[in-house]
Design a protein around this ligand. Sequence first.
Ligand SMILES: Nc1ncnc2c1ncn2[C@@H]1O[C@H](COP(=O)(O)OP(=O)(O)OP(=O)(O)O)[C@@H](O)[C@H]1O
Ligand SMILES: [Mg+2]
Length: 299
Amino acid sequence: MEKNIFSRKLIDLRRKNQLSQAGLANKLFVTRQSISKWENGESEPSIDKLISIAEIFNTSLDNLIMGNMSDKDKLVSISHINKSYDNQVLNDLSLDIYDNERIALLGLNGSGKTTMISIMTGLKNADSGDVKFSFNKKKSLKLMPQNDVLINDMKVRELLKLTQLLNKLKDNNHIESMVKEFNFTELMDHYVGSLSGGQKRRLSLLLSLMAPSKLLVLDEPTVGMDLETIDILWKHLEHVTGSILMVTHDFNQIDKFFSRVLLLKDGRIENDMSVDKIHSHNQTVEQWYRTNNGGLNHD
Ligand SMILES: Nc1ncnc2c1ncn2[C@@H]1O[C@H](COP(=O)(O)OP(=O)(O)OP(=O)(O)O)[C@@H](O)[C@H]1O
Ligand SMILES: [Mg+2]
């Protein structure tokens, strides 16, 4: 049987709350096998168990069953953003981002994806409109920008230490194991400015993943990365508990990893679709994108 919205939701919520199948089974007085069947879409819980699940994860039944988000789950609210340079880039753009979402942001080169992200994260100002966060943005919003913003005359070790201090990260072991995993052990005493382009991308990624986030924003993270680093990226993202917004044209991954796709066109979010819905129409995200973007060329 196909995974339904509830199955995916349950897996997401459980992952986010770092609860094992056995742990959840315990709380619900059911077997671990029942949880596994629900998550595989092989059976569904009774209504009283559904209510308990909603309570355990502090969410609404509506959200649990239909994937409908309520205001309680809203992380960011972007409303009526306008931005012009020589031409108008963003034109009355509005977008809400919720807890537990994995969003792929698509659009042609120059359509304004980076501009939208820069305004959302506060790197640039909009001409008008506003962005509201329901969480502490300074602490829990992480960004891996399209162009690396690294401090070139610091050593890798110093930059990592600085990030650790800024984020008040106490678990040295965790950081050490990330350094190893991201293959920086041998590069710790190199100056950031002397790293290759790909190594800088890898460092940027490591910095954005070091601390937990409510919302992680990645602007074309895989550009310039070797396959090994791309594997590390996807492996790590599986463990990210907050929401993710990523600009990417890696369509294989979009079908596998993301829950929602946005298409930025003519300065606004022209199309906003759940990946499940696209699949339920027997389409891949790439087919959906090609039909909706009205052309074959993207980067
Ligand atoms: N600082 C700037 N000054 C002038 N024009 C700018 C500036 N930044 C962006 N633009 C213009 O705004 C438009 C949107 O650029 P943006 O970088 O947001 O697009 P994008 O969708 O991220 O593109 P890409 O896929 O190439 O990364 C482009 O036409 C670009 O030339
Ligand atoms: Mg861009």
